[in-house]
Design a protein around this ligand. Structure first.
Ligand code: MEV
Length: 337
């Protein structure tokens, strides 16, 4: 059996602009999804999870005809999610064993439901590619660049558009400066652990829907849209310097500016506007929506680690769930047992 653990992630700076080839800064969270994968000979993909969609589901699907043989939840819902697993397997096999379609039994567990804006679709893609490569090579020494490249392609094909940010961050782990045009994920070494708080509220639209809407509206006012993307790129480069200098005040200012530009793109939900303002009002140096928005994840920067419990209480008063107060954990981990 192959056991893969994949971290969820948070975007600190640069979402949306990274889709338009500007840099971004993202980090893994010490919150892991786990995948237990066993090969079998029936040509079927069997998936079981009690947590990923917030309820127990089991599905068996024929990998050639894509016919669902057996399903314990509504088919459309399962198929939407399964597209990442099926595409990741297809692309991995095309690369490593063309023509092969292995039968697999996959048991997935997740500490948070899918689709809350913490990179769970990228985590599923990275985990599936890692398990596939480990299965075919019977080794845990899998090339991380290969994992990240195939997982990124998976996201692009399933969603239509995706930057390499989520898949590269989750594969390599840590706090990363993403250069999407290479693509490359450079590790940013911090002098001290950043005092951040990460939480989420339910997300009301998928990332693909949100990105398409932003693109469509941007095309109506291209000059202004491009200026916003350029400014987000500038914010990201300044944020990298602020992190390297451990200048928390500057980092907070940049976080608030980045959030303002996400407001300009109209991807900030009412709940997030309130949470972000409340966190700043009680002393956070910065607070912003993180990821695609429409609800989902947010991140706040405190003056010090001592203030994190107080900020958590304020966010929880708005029905947010707190998921982490630490960033930069390890990337994907593969074991054979
Ligand atoms: C998704 O986590 C963040 C977006 O920038 C989309 C992407 O990078 O693919 C909105």
């Amino acid at each position: 059996m192959i056991v893969v653990k994949v971290p969820l992630k948070i975007t600190l700076f640069g979402e949306y602009a990274v889709v338009f080839r500007k840099p971004a800064i993202a980090a893994t969270l010490p919150v892991y999804m786990s995948f237990k994968v066993t090969p079998n000979n029936d040509g079927l993909l069997h998936i079981k999870s009690s947590t990923l969609l917030g309820k127990l589901y089991m599905v068996s699907i024929d990998r050639t005809s894509l016919k669902v043989i057996n399903s314990y939840v509504e088919e459309a819902e399962v198929l939407k999610f399964l597209r990442y697993v099926l595409k990741a397997l297809e692309l991995c096999e095309a690369e490593i064993r063309p023509g092969s379609k292995k039968g697999l039994y996959i048991e997935m567990e997740s500490p948070v439901p899918a689709g809350v804006g913490l990179g769970s679709s990228a985590a599923v893609s990275v985990a599936t590619v890692s398990a596939c490569l480990a299965t075919y090579t019977s080794s845990t020494e899998v090339d991380r660049n290969l994992i990240a490249r195939i997982a990124w392609r998976t996201e692009q094909e399933v969603q239509g558009a995706a930057s390499p940010m989520d898949t590269y961050t989750i594969t390599f782990g840590g706090l990363r400066y993403i250069e999407p045009s290479v693509p490359f994920a450079e590790e940013i070494k911090t002098q001290q652990k950043l005092p951040v708080l990460v939480g989420y509220v339910p997300k009301k639209a998928t990332t693909a829907e949100l990105v398409n809407d932003v693109k469509r509206k941007g095309a109506i006012v291209p000059e202004i849209f491009n200026a916003i993307m350029d400014t987000i790129g500038l914010i990201v480069n300044n944020a990298k310097q602020a992190i390297l200098k451990n200048d928390l005040e500057m980092l907070g200012i940049l976080m608030n500016m980045n959030h303002g530009l996400l407001e300009a793109l109209n991807v900030v939900s009412v709940e997030h506007s309130m949470i972000v303002k409340a966190l700043r009002a009680v002393g956070a140096l910065g607070a912003k929506t993180s990821g695609a928005g429409g609800g989902g994840a947010f991140v706040a920067l405190a003056r010090s680690h001592f203030e994190i419990p107080m900020l958590s209480k304020v966010a929880e008063a708005f029905n947010a769930k707190i998921i982490a107060s630490e960033i930069g954990s390890s990337g994907v981990m593969i074991a054979i047992s």
